[in-house]
Design a protein around this ligand. Structure first.
Ligand code: BUP
Length: 464
């Protein structure tokens, strides 16, 4: 790094699912002759984020950190709004401060790479004020990107009253209304407003980076690149699957789940995790436990009882119920701690991933050839589940609902059903074979000459 190298300024957003693709992309290009700065909004929302930022800066001392002090934000007008949406709004409302902050960067910035949740605010700052190219690092898949980009067009046309019906994304697939993020059904909701303005503005970006690869989402990538979704859409660079950063934590400790996995037979363990933003109701957590117990499988289960890890003070044994930990001792490991998920999925002992189908989790499972049992919970998960289904490397339990923390709904998926499905998918040779094939494709994509390798180099060449 040094004089003459392009200087990229990254503007990540809140939430580990948003931060991780940024640090992964940064890790991928850190040694490729670019200068890098990272805008860091403080304080972070979760402990996991704070540690992750610290790990990135420790691993790459040459990367500059631009502290971003957010303006006070009164969230009282947004009762019942998810904490991450509020945080995004707070970042968005302070985004105009980024102009002077980035203008003062030395060496002069060459391009900005923003998270999609901030796109409608950061793209104008970059282009109008700083006269810099602005790219978006999209933190979900190309299929969701196509949905986001097409959604404003869909609203302008068929559906003036903003009620979400089936959305037929041109060249990609028809998404029944039930697959679309539930939050979009509220036209006045904060997320809906952010989603629409970001969806419109993203078309003005200079390029869009996506942690995906051609074989994982062929339809969406072809349609986006061919201008079928939105005519004149910016170039889409599929650069995944991106590998983890050197800051991954805990995996080297003797008491880590990785050490435990080392003692289990190949492909014998079900890994269960529902991401950072999904906490099931206690009743559902207990049924998942019953299902794991009934399945007879070995398992590693990451339990979350609150959306923000700072607020998670519940004792594990109270959460999973009396006697559970004793009954499954030796065959199941249950934790409320952050685990190094990529190291888990890479481990030969893992044979199945019961997952909420968050994009990070899906790309990791695809990269390591781990079959998935998808249990989409909210947001873009059902759209992502269509990618798992069409790729054939997992099963989507379409009728499994998700009872959220504090929800009034009474439908809970029973332990009996969960246990049976786990057993069935663990033994499904066809799914295993598709997962292994996906792993091969992922490996080819990032190897020299592969589609993601070429995309990454095209992107870097564009920076000049
Ligand atoms: Br929990 C957990 N360790 O213990 P997704 C998650 N992760 O490494 P998201 C860990 O977080 P939504 C843990 O590897 C993945 O890269 C995991 O991203 C990592 O879901 C990331 O899967 C989680 O996209 O939820 O963003 O948490 O999709 O609902 O926003």
């Amino acid at each position: 790094q040094g004089s003459g190298a392009p200087h990229l300024v990254f503007v990540p957003s809140a939430g580990m699912g948003h931060l991780l693709p940024f640090t992964r992309f940064i890790t991928a290009i850190a040694d490729m002759g670019v200068d890098i700065s990272v805008v860091t909004a403080l304080p972070t929302v979760s402990e996991a984020e704070a540690e992750h930022f610290a790990g990135l800066f420790a691993a790459f001392p040459a990367i500059r950190r631009i502290d971003f002090n957010l303006l006070p934000f009164d969230a009282s007008a947004f009762a019942d709004t998810e904490p991450f949406f509020l945080r995004w709004e707070s970042l968005r409302r302070s985004a105009h401060l980024l102009g002077p902050l980035i203008a003062g960067a030395a060496p002069r910035a060459s391009a900005i790479i923003t998270d999609v949740t901030l796109a409608s605010e950061v793209i104008p700052v970059a282009k109008n004020e700083l006269k810099l190219p602005c790219h978006v690092l999209f933190t979900s898949g190309a299929t969701v990107l196509a949905f986001l980009a097409y959604f404003p067009v869909y609203l302008d046309g068929a559906n003036a009253d903003h009620l979400v019906g089936d959305v037929d994304v041109p060249g990609v697939r028809r998404l029944p209304s039930d697959y679309c993020p539930r939050v979009l059904r509220n036209p006045d909701g904060l997320f809906t407003k952010q989603f629409i303005v970001n969806g419109r503005e993203i078309a003005k970006a200079d390029g869009i980076l996506v942690n995906t690869f051609d074989a994982l989402e062929p339809e969406a990538l072809t349609a986006l690149r061919g201008g079928k979704v939105v005519p004149g859409f910016p170039p889409v660079f599929a650069v995944g699957p991106l590998k983890s950063t050197p800051s991954a934590r805990r995996s080297d400790k003797a008491d880590s789940p990785i050490a435990w996995l080392g003692e289990q037979p190949a492909r014998s363990v079900v890994y269960v995790a529902f991401g950072n933003c999904n906490a099931a109701a206690l009743k559902q957590i207990r049924e998942i436990g019953a299902g794991l117990e009934a399945s007879g499988c070995r398992f590693l289960w990451v339990v979350k009882t609150t959306i923000l890890d700072r607020e998670d003070t519940a004792e594990l044994r109270d959460v999973v119920g009396d006697g559970f930990l004793g009954r499954v001792q030796g065959r199941g490991l249950v934790t409320k701690e952050w685990v190094d998920q990529e190291a888990v999925l890479k481990h030969p002992a893992v044979g199945l991933f019961l997952s909420h189908a968050g994009w990070g989790s899906v790309t990791e499972a695809a990269a390591y050839g781990v079959p998935m049992l998808a249990w989409p919970t909210l947001g873009d998960h059902k759209i992502i589940a269509t990618v798992i289904r069409s790729g054939g490397f997992g099963v989507w339990m379409e009728h499994w609902s998700w009872q959220e923390e504090d929800s009034e709904e009474s439908s809970v998926v029973s332990g009996v059903e969960i246990g049976e499905k786990l057993k069935e998918v663990m033994g499904d040779e066809a799914i295993s074979a598709s997962a292994a094939k996906m792993r091969e494709e992922a490996t080819k994509a990032v190897a020299p000459g592969g589609s993601s390798y070429r995309s990454m180099h095209e992107f870097l060449a564009m920076l000049g």
